[in-house]
Design a protein around this ligand. Sequence first.
Ligand SMILES: Cc1cc2nc3c(=O)[nH]c(=O)nc-3n(C[C@H](O)[C@H](O)[C@H](O)COP(=O)(O)O)c2cc1C
Length: 157
Amino acid sequence: MTESAQLYRLLYVSENRIEGGVADVAAEIERILASSRRNNDAFDITGALIFNCGFFAQVLEGPRDHVERIFEAIRQDRRHGKIQVMSAAEVESRQFPNWAMAYIGRSPSWEKALGWIRTDTHFAPDERCDRLFKIVMEMAYDAELSPDRTFAASGKS
Ligand SMILES: Cc1cc2nc3c(=O)[nH]c(=O)nc-3n(C[C@H](O)[C@H](O)[C@H](O)COP(=O)(O)O)c2cc1C
């Protein structure tokens, strides 16, 4: 697939519905990442998934019809709820070209940075979308540069 196909980027946030303790959540996220790596690679989708404060934030980018198809499956997933699309738009280039799905887990500094999502996402003006996207990007880049941090990534094969 060439990058001349219509590139699309979707950013959403959702609330965690995975029950159980830390180990149960970690195991479930591993399953999500395994699916993501397999499917996203096949659909030429890249992006990042963040789990923090009981919330997910995910960026999906790729050919528009593929992003919409994968997102439709993600929407139905009972492991999360209250899904809110923060932004969805055509873009010129990928921000996560090397990641079928980068994953960034909990860390105290990001916990703080993302804390505002808990209260503010229901009134998400563009400004907050931009801010969230910036945070997601910073988290991904930061994690890429510091592999010793709580970070597991599914790089593109
Ligand atoms: C927060 C969250 C993010 C997800 N992200 C993806 C994703 O990027 N790609 C994907 O294929 N599945 C993702 N999933 C899983 C899908 O909802 C679904 O379970 C999966 O696509 C099923 O594919 P499989 O039968 O190949 O495992 C996600 C699920 C959750 C809860």
